[in-house]
Design a protein around this ligand. Structure first.
Ligand code: HEM
Length: 356
């Protein structure tokens, strides 16, 4: 069993303390052999990469796409109405999140390809087995193209033009570093936001009062999104390298000795939220740790809020009278809080079939 840091204060402290709990590690060891950036680096390397990609995540860079997000949400909801019965994950959440990413990254031509990968880029080949080949062949193709057709025009650039031209300390970054950045851009905001959108629909179907309240109070959207993200904790744990393994290469280290920051245990800490297992959009606002904390805190929070906010605006303005077509199939996960008490939270929505 790997050591886990549990509890709200404990996880916050450990997430801040990057000198003790290092992020300089290779994750997804079965499907890739380069580091995700800026995620899998410590300062000062982390700081340089985080600053370099920051322009992609600024609130202004995202908010200008709101009308397109709303149009996409409307189209998907209209399609669902026409179909009668739909699967929320496959028919709404996945195409919505993929569509928003193609808009933000200016890659409309990739919509069908990214959609075909499904919710997780590592199971994109459709066999259910984890495999990095599909993503790798995509990355080879787009970066070959970006490097041989250099586009410096900020108005027409797409995300891969931008990433392929990043320089750190005046030097162009390496291809593996481009891939590392592309990885978090494609994977970071995919299954996490899909789970969030699915969770919002699941909650709203069963809660007319919350629907009506939110439709009247759009200023409550971010609190609602925050509470849903706390409750779902879509990225439940992250690895860190403890001091005894610092200074060793990836090959010399045993990942079994890594420490896990347990974000779920922080978000279900009963000292902070005595009724943590209840989803309550009206509860007092306490910063949760679902987006992490400290240097590595999620860069995609603005994207998440704008995407989910646009979706809520559209669906609440003209609620499609959805009912569960059959009982939702939810896979629950068990964990422990810092005192060893059990935590029960939603691991995944296996099926959420709704009909008008
Ligand atoms: C509900 C949605 C999301 C959740 C719950 C989430 C969760 C997290 C968490 C917990 C971390 C910190 C990891 C650590 O400390 O090791 C993180 C980092 C990150 N996330 Fe998100 N994320 C979400 C959406 C997104 C989106 C939409 C994007 C971009 C498309 C994104 C991009 C990133 C990046 C680039 C980092 C690395 C930051 C760094 O290392 O400095 N995330 N995310």
């Amino acid at each position: 069993m790997r050591e886990e840091i549990r509890g709200y204060r404990e996880v916050r402290e450990a997430a801040k303390d990057f000198e003790t709990y290092s992020s300089d590690l290779q994750g997804d060891r079965d499907v890739r052999n380069y580091r995700q950036l800026p995620l899998e680096a410590d300062p000062p390397r982390h700081t340089a990469f985080r600053e370099a990609v920051q322009p992609l995540f600024m609130s202004d860079a995202i908010s200008k796409h709101t009308a397109k997000f709303e149009a996409l949400a409307q189209k998907l909801i209209d399609n669902a109405k026409a179909k009668g019965t739909i699967e929320v994950g496959k028919d709404i959440a996945l195409p919505y999140v993929i569509g928003c990413l193609t808009i933000i990254y200016n890659r409309p031509q990739d919509y069908d390809e990214w959609l075909a990968w499904g919710p997780d880029v590592w199971t994109a080949d459709g066999t259910g087995k984890r495999d990095g080949a599909t993503l790798q062949s995509y990355l080879d193709r787009v970066f070959d193209h970006a490097e041989s057709n250099v586009n410096r025009d900020l108005d027409t650039q797409d995300v891969w033009d931008f990433v392929s031209q990043i320089e750190i300390e005046g030097k162009p970054i390496a291809r593996t570093e481009m891939q590392g950045i592309a990885n978090v851009l494609l994977a970071g905001g995919r299954d996490t936001v899909i789970k969030l959108i699915t969770g919002l629909i699941w909650h709203l179907i069963g809660n007319q009062a919350d629907r009506e309240f939110l439709n009247e109070n759009h200023n409550w959207f971010n609190r609602t999104i925050g509470e849903m993200v706390r409750y779902l904790s879509p990225l439940p744990k992250m690895e860190r390298v403890p001091p005894a393994q610092h200074g060793l290469s990836d090959e010399e280290r045993d990942p079994q000795n890594y420490v896990l920051l347990n974000f779920v245990s922080a978000n279900y800490d009963r000292e902070i939220w005595p009724d943590a297992e209840r989803l309550d959009i009206h509860r007092d606002r306490i910063p949760h740790l679902a987006f992490g904390f400290g240097r590595h805190s999620c860069m995609g929070m603005n994207i998440t809020e704008h995407e989910a906010g646009a979706f809520l605006r559209v669906i609440l303005a003209n609620w499609p009278s959805w009912q569960f077509a059959r009982d939702p199939e939810i896979e629950w996960a068990q964990d422990l809080d810092k005192d060893g008490n059990p935590i029960r939270y939603i691991d995944r929505f296996n099926s959420l079939e709704v009909s008008v």
